[in-house]
Design a protein around this ligand. Structure first.
Ligand code: ZN
Ligand code: ZN
Length: 266
């Protein structure tokens, strides 16, 4: 499995593109979030809408969904096949009703819905799991922000990566196969207590990290992440950072900052 950060910056970045990723397994590509920068970020890597086999959506901020109209219209009007969508079931409703519908519900003579733009919409329950190639993807909730008094999570992913040739649908194969666990936090506050078990179980962590000189409160800030235990920082890559000079994360015991376009192979 290859994991490529088509962007590694914050929502406001002008230097590193917004933090969206591409998972490649068995020749298929899963785009993890599709923000407003995605078409430029993919183009930088020689890719376009036609190259996306599936989309995963973590939450509804525009740096994660602002490019979906582009992706869907590009495929709907210019290509015969459509991508699949993997998304929490409650989020699917909100994505369409509160974000996409205004621009996408009406196509000249037709009134369409979310399902018209995807080959399949996989509406996943809380604690949902889906398989993509040789990767088993487990959703988990982060603490991203509060809507008044109600928590609005982002749905992170624990990726259990098996050898490409393994049949991961088989429980027996999964029991015996070697696997590596990759944690993608997506957007999250600094909440080491809530994420502790996931941090401990992961072989590699990709962590939302803001580097602004003020704290937004809805992202984990670098200064707070520096207080994590040594063993956690050593396997933690940082992304979703601000433009400008970055701190020396390696000297601080982290694996480093992810660079835009960087690929990790597992
Ligand atoms: Zn974001
Ligand atoms: Zn967000």
């Amino acid at each position: 499995m290859n994991l490529t950060f088509i962007g590694a910056g914050s929502a406001f970045s002008l230097e590193s593109f917004q933090s969206n990723m591409l998972i490649e397994s068995r020749g298929n590509r899963l785009l993890v979030d599709c923000g407003g920068d995605a078409r430029f970020a993919l183009n930088r890597l020689g890719l376009g809408a036609k190259d996306i086999d599936a989309l995963y959506v973590s939450h509804l901020h525009a740096d994660h969904i602002g490019g979906i109209e582009w992706l869907c219209f590009s495929r709907y009007f210019t290509h015969s096949s459509r991508p699949e969508l993997f998304i929490n079931n409650r989020l699917a409703e909100l994505l369409w009703e509160q974000s996409l519908r205004g621009g996408m519900a009406s196509i000249q003579e037709r009134v369409v819905g979310l399902d018209d733009f995807f080959a399949a919409v996989h509406r996943l329950p809380a604690n949902g799991i889906f398989d993509f190639g040789s990767v088993r993807c487990q959703l988990f909730s982060t603490v991203h922000y509060f809507d008044g008094y109600e928590l609005v999570p982002s749905y992170g992913l624990l990726l259990d990566v098996y050898p490409e040739e393994f049949d991961i649908a088989s429980p027996a194969a999964r029991d015996t196969a070697p696997r590596r666990r990759v944690m993608l936090t997506t957007d999250t506050q600094f909440c080491p207590t809530q994420l502790r078990d996931f941090y401990n179980s992961a072989d590699v962590i990709f962590q939302d990290c803001e580097t602004s000189n003020w704290k937004s409160g809805i992202h984990a800030h670098y200064d707070d992440l520096c207080t994590l235990p040594d063993a956690i920082r050593a396997k933690m890559w940082l992304y979703h950072y601000s433009d400008g000079k970055l701190p020396d994360a390696v000297a601080a015991g982290f694996a480093g900052f992810v660079r835009q376009g960087q690929t990790f192979s597992f």
